[in-house]
Design a protein around this ligand. Structure first.
Ligand SMILES: [Zn+2]
Length: 201
């Protein structure tokens, strides 16, 4: 069953960054986790997600082969975005997995209203299962084209380090989420001050 919102929170503000944040370590991404991500980030509908999930049993070979591409794309995005965030150069070959997806997925752009503004959304034409990665590859390519000016950041909590796009007006956002890492930091700073004061007396 694909249920929205049972996977990690989508906090990055860009599809490709949310994808790069998926299961950062410890284990490989499963088909179910990937489909849940697509549903949560509204790349596919819930109904569609359920049909996709069933493919693991009906078309295991196709699913296995696209899973390999999914993992490759995720590793590629994590490496490229880490370099962008640190304003480092990276080898041109690193973007190859993105180009591969862009090459095999046809589609068109569509205007979609979002928060009182418009944004362009890529609508892929379905062929094979690679099209599921089309919107992610497109979003990644847009960030890469932005280059060093892209406000790609990582959460300042060293134990978290999730990627996000800083859309704030002042570009001062430091945390993946104020409610999680931001507050944890505030509490820690408060305790440090309290303990510091105690030592003075
Ligand atoms: Zn965080």
């Amino acid at each position: 069953m694909v249920k929205p919102n049972h996977s990690p929170k989508l906090i990055a503000g860009r599809l490709a960054l949310d994808f790069a944040n998926l299961i950062p370590e410890a284990h490989d991404l499963s088909w179910q986790e990937f489909v849940t991500f697509l549903v949560n980030s509204r790349v596919v509908s819930e109904d569609h997600g359920q049909r996709l999930e069933a493919l693991e049993r009906s078309e295991p070979i196709a699913v296995d082969s696209v899973l390999l591409k999914i993992l490759r794309l995720r590793e590629c995005l994590r490496a490229v975005f880490a370099a962008v965030e640190e304003r480092r150069d990276y080898p041109k070959a690193w973007v190859a997995p993105i180009n591969e997806i862009l090459r095999v997925t046809e589609g068109h752009d569509e205007l979609v209203p979002q928060g009182g503004r418009w944004r362009m959304e890529f609508i892929a034409r379905e062929s094979g299962l690679e099209w599921l990665l089309a919107a992610i590859a497109r979003s990644a390519a847009e960030l890469i084209v932005e280059g060093q000016t892209a406000a790609v950041k990582r959460c300042a909590n060293p134990a978290c380090r999730l990627f996000f796009y800083d859309d704030s007006r002042t570009r001062q956002r430091r945390w993946c989420s104020m409610a999680v890492c931001g507050n944890r930091h505030k509490v820690a700073a408060f305790l440090r001050r309290k303990i510091g004061r105690r030592h003075l007396h």
